[in-house]
Design a protein around this ligand. Structure first.
Ligand code: ATP
Length: 579
């Protein structure tokens, strides 16, 4: 129940509209009751009084009420849909905003498909319970209260008989509800796993195909699918037994009413019209009873969904602005890691007492064997994570004490894999700076040596990339990423050099573009190319999370340590590549 309480603030702006919708639907239900009463009257007028004028009057009134009911139904239908759509959109926006605010550590532990499922499927389930259910309940409440009131007034003994069945129905509903909840949660879990598999396979389709794993993936998909079908069928069985059981109990009540009421008509204590209306009223009471069971199941289902969504909302970003965070003034770009230690989780210390420094405008190359912690240092410099010990400063400001945005605006990351978003090339470069003019984008693109290939594309800067768009080569994508970074004009640049080999011409262009990007900025580069390393002002050699050597290329070669070993390897690689 606590999740429902927490959901209330989201409902609040819509309360007046929900009340209006509930009011409309209550009127519809009320008219329904009056119509039934009218049918009873009509029955007596036709069969007992045989009064044609009265019959015509009653029928005219009947039609008028049906028309009014139709109009109210249209109003309620539109209003309910309006609330439901807007409320869900609000909630999705809220969860999406929160997701974006979470730190990298959160995403490292989650699978995208699973998060996708929470944002789409689970919120869809909540949508039903949040809007349709309360409005439906208003309708059922009016039917129930109005119906029982009528039954009590006309024949209280019969009414008591019907009401005795109520606890039995509630007990049956509870019994089934518990099982349904468990199975619904299991279905949602399977659906989330399916989404995850689809997402993984589609985003990694090249790897899947290349390793000839399509059949294996198909089997994995089919196995999860089968499991989902099995649970869904189990739920269907429970549902299938549930509905007839409730119906049986309700019809048994109907038969009892007919037996008892029929005798009263025969004895002349009750008019046939009243009995007819009575049976109809008893009949429409099935609605609220059935709805109670349905709502019960829905509430149980939504509880699981709410739990999963609120789990995201309850996760706090590990890296965020502290209460005393200050805006970082424009920096010169002096960066320092002071005795930094770091662990992603409690299991393993990744960086041990790392100290390093870059003066404004300097290029620092990070080299070291795989797993040494190079990317981790870049992550910390960007402040995607906070160090577990020590401090990271820019121009003497501890990164933990400055507002994230004010720092993020002054640093740019060029990752190995260029991420291009759906949209035009222009949009993709402008991602670097929202308010950039077209002329700014062009200038950045020229500086990144991207202009030349973009203008040759059929739609130039308006070419759509990504899904259903044009495919670009690795080197071209990198130059777009560089143009994006140039447009951002950061003081500090974090570069994760791509390891994949480009052809010599493409490599030359990318290198040239990178040189322009790095000019005058403090740059940390996870370097894979010997040329980059050689040009660096300082080289930091990391091994097993610690700095083992530092100096210039010439100094380190002289030392004949780890750097010398790695450089010799790489040189051989480069020679092989250009041979
Ligand atoms: N999100 C994470 N959670 C837990 N451990 C991680 C995470 N990311 C990286 N690691 C671990 O941290 C260590 C350092 O990884 P890092 O990616 O920094 O190395 P690297 O020097 O950049 O390696 P490479 O050259 O292969 O990219 C590795 O042992 C890795 O397993």
């Amino acid at each position: 129940m606590k999740y429902y309480r927490r959901f209330l603030p989201f409902l609040k702006p819509y309360l007046p509209r929900m009340l209006a919708a509930a009011g409309l639907v209550a009127v519809v239900a009320l008219i329904n009751l009056v119509l039934i009463r009218l049918v009873g009257r009509l029955w007596d007028v036709v069969t007992v009084q045989r009064n044609e004028t009265e019959m015509n009057h009653l029928l005219a009134l009947f039609l008028l009420l049906v028309l009014a009911q139709g109009i109210f139904s249209v109003g309620h239908g539109y209003l309910a849909a309006w609330i439901s759509q807007h409320l869900t959109a609000d909630f999705r926006r809220h969860v999406f905003r929160h997701l974006q605010s979470l730190s990298l550590g959160f995403f490292a532990k989650r699978r995208t498909g699973e998060l996708l499922s929470r944002l789409m499927n689970d919120i869809g389930v909540i949508q039903n319970i949040a809007t349709d259910t309360p409005i439906d309940l208003a309708k059922q409440a009016v039917t129930l209260i109005g119906g029982i009131a009528f039954l009590l007034v006309t024949n209280w003994q019969l009414c008591v008989l019907i009401l005795l069945l109520l606890p039995a129905l509630v007990l049956v509903a509870k019994f089934f509800g518990r099982r349904l909840k468990r199975l619904s949660t299991a279905i949602q879990d399977r659906t989330a796993t399916l989404s995850t598999i689809i997402e993984e396979v589609l985003s990694g389709i090249r790897v899947v195909k290349s390793f000839v794993r399509t059949s294996w993936e198909e089997a994995r998909f089919a196995a999860t699918l089968n499991a989902a079908v099995r649970v869904a069928l189990k739920r269907a069985v429970v549902m299938a037994v549930f509905v007839p059981t409730i119906t049986l109990l309700t019809f048994a009540a109907g038969a009892a009413v007919l037996w008892y009421g029929g005798r009263q008509v025969i004895q002349g204590q009750v008019s046939p019209g009243d009995l007819f209306a009575f049976v109809l009223f008893a009949g429409i009471l099935i609605g609220p009873f059935g709805a109670a069971a349905r709502v019960f199941a829905q509430i149980k289902e939504a509880q699981g969904a709410m739990q999963r969504v609120f789990e995201i909302l309850d996760t706090q970003p590990e890296v965020s602005d502290g209460p005393d965070a200050q805006d970082l003034p424009p920096v010169r770009g002096q960066m320092r890691l002071q005795h930094v230690s770091f662990q992603y989780d409690s299991r393993q210390v990744i960086l041990h007492d790392v100290s390093l420094e870059a003066n404004p405008g300097e290029v620092v190359a990070l080299v070291g064997p795989t797993g040494a912690g190079k990317t981790t240092v870049i992550n910390l410099l960007h402040r995607f994570y906070d160090p577990s010990g020590g401090a990271i400063t820019v121009d003497g400001h501890d990164l933990r004490h400055v507002r994230l945005d004010s720092w993020y605006r002054q640093v740019a990351l060029v990752p190995q894999e260029t991420v291009l978003f759906g949209g035009t090339i222009l949009d993709n470069i402008r991602y670097g700076r929202e308010d950039a003019t077209e002329a700014d984008v062009l200038a950045a693109s020229e500086a990144a040596l991207a202009d030349e290939f973009i203008t040759r594309l059929p739609d130039g800067y308006q070419t759509v990339v990504g899904e259903k768009g044009v495919n670009l080569s690795g080197g071209q994508r990198q130059r777009i990423a560089i143009a994006r970074a140039i447009l951002k004009n950061p003081r500090v640049l974090l570069l994760d050099e791509a390891t994949s080999a480009l052809d010599t011409e493409s490599e030359r262009l990318v290198q040239q573009a990178l040189d322009r990007l790095m000019a005058g900025r403090t740059t940390f580069v996870v370097a894979h190319r010997l040329t980059t390393v050689q040009k660096a002002h300082r080289i930091i050699v990391l091994d097993k999370g610690a700095v083992v050597e530092s100096g210039t290329h010439a100094e380190l070669i002289e030392r004949r340590g780890l750097y010398h070993y790695l450089a010799t390897l790489r040189q051989t690689e480069d020679e092989l590549r250009s041979a």
